[in-house]
Design a protein around this ligand. Structure first.
Ligand code: SAH
Length: 291
């Protein structure tokens, strides 16, 4: 596999706020979100307000708040004294209400400015708990599913090297960077790899490495990984990825075609993996090769 490394050897302090403490409530109800709903989500709430590209280039918390349209379609945002931070807090409490309990994951979700990963015309919808289109028939994942998958993969343990398959716009990689020592993320669509680079660069995140390539092959040159997370659904989990898990490591992936489930695979020993099926989900498909 040929991969191109893009590195961000810069500090993350500008976007981390580790103080976020949340009260999570468990809930049995789990929503299935379909990729096609991303278009519907987007169409439902489009506003004429836009972020300027110039605004996206800078990322201090104060700037972030200014970049959000003043008429964000969220009642609490109007005259909102705490700007996008407040919207994120509300989004995170909805995610917690859906059952995510890991406070580190919830704090990470609260710290990452999701609106900066979404095209300007949709930024007003950044803090609804929904997937949204990012171009090339792909979507930014729903915050709930991002949090849920990371929570399962983390299993309350510290993570060293983590591999993400399907960088997309880079949002999940940014969230992962706050819960893992090193994040490696692979994207097969060149334009999205570039988009993620552009989205992440101003955030100065030091521990993310983006790769352009076929994620089904993993990254043997970096393996083994403590955790592997797939943001696209295959009919089965590629064997190469299973082989790149550390013993005791966890892989979480959507699996299936029309009907998909989240699958957790734990590597028990050199030649033994344990698999469990979790909730229903719906992701864009995992494809072979690069474009
Ligand atoms: N992680 C994203 C979600 C991206 S959507 C987020 O932060 O919300 C899933 C992505 O997986 C798409 O960008 C798609 O191009 C990518 N993808 C699908 N198959 C792939 C493969 N074999 N290797 C790498 N990326 C893949």
């Amino acid at each position: 596999m040929t991969t191109k490394k893009s590195q961000f050897p810069l500090s993350l302090s500008s976007v981390i706020d580790k103080s976020g403490k949340l009260n999570s409530r468990s809930s049995d109800s789990v929503r299935t979100v379909m990729p096609q709903t991303a278009m519907q989500n987007a169409a439902k709430n489009v506003t004429k307000n836009t972020l300027t590209l110039a605004a996206r280039a800078t990322i201090s918390p104060k700037v972030l708040d200014k970049t959000l349209p003043s008429t964000v379609n969220n009642s609490s945002s109007i005259n909102n004294p705490y700007g996008s931070e407040g919207l994120r807090r509300e989004m995170v409490s909805r995610v917690a209400q859906k059952g995510v309990k890991d406070s580190l994951v919830l704090a990470a979700l609260e710290s990452i400015p999701r609106h900066l990963f979404i095209e300007s015309g949709l930024s007003s919808q950044a803090y609804i708990d929904a997937s949204l289109p990012i171009g090339h028939h792909q979507t930014i994942s729903q915050p709930y599913i991002v949090a849920r998958m990371i929570e399962i993969m983390r299993n309350s343990s510290a993570l060293g090297n983590v591999l993400e398959i399907g960088t997309g716009c880079g949002y999940q990689a940014a969230v992962l960077s706050l819960v893992a020592k090193n994040v490696y993320s692979i994207e097969r669509i060149k334009a999205l790899h570039e988009l993620a680079k552009n989205n992440l660069r101003p955030m100065r995140i030091a521990n993310i490495r983006l790769h352009y390539g076929d994620g089904m092959l993993g990254l043997p040159q970096v393996a083994p990984f403590d955790g592997i997370i797939l943001a696209a659904a295959g009919l089965q989990v590629p064997q190469a990825l299973l082989e790149q898990l550390v013993i005791g490591g966890r892989l979480i992936a959507p699996v299936g075609g029309k009907n998909q489930v989240l699958q957790l695979i734990e590597r028990v020993s050199k030649n033994e993996w344990k698999s469990s099926v979790l909730e229903h989900c719906h992701f864009v498909p995992l494809h072979q090769g690069v474009i």
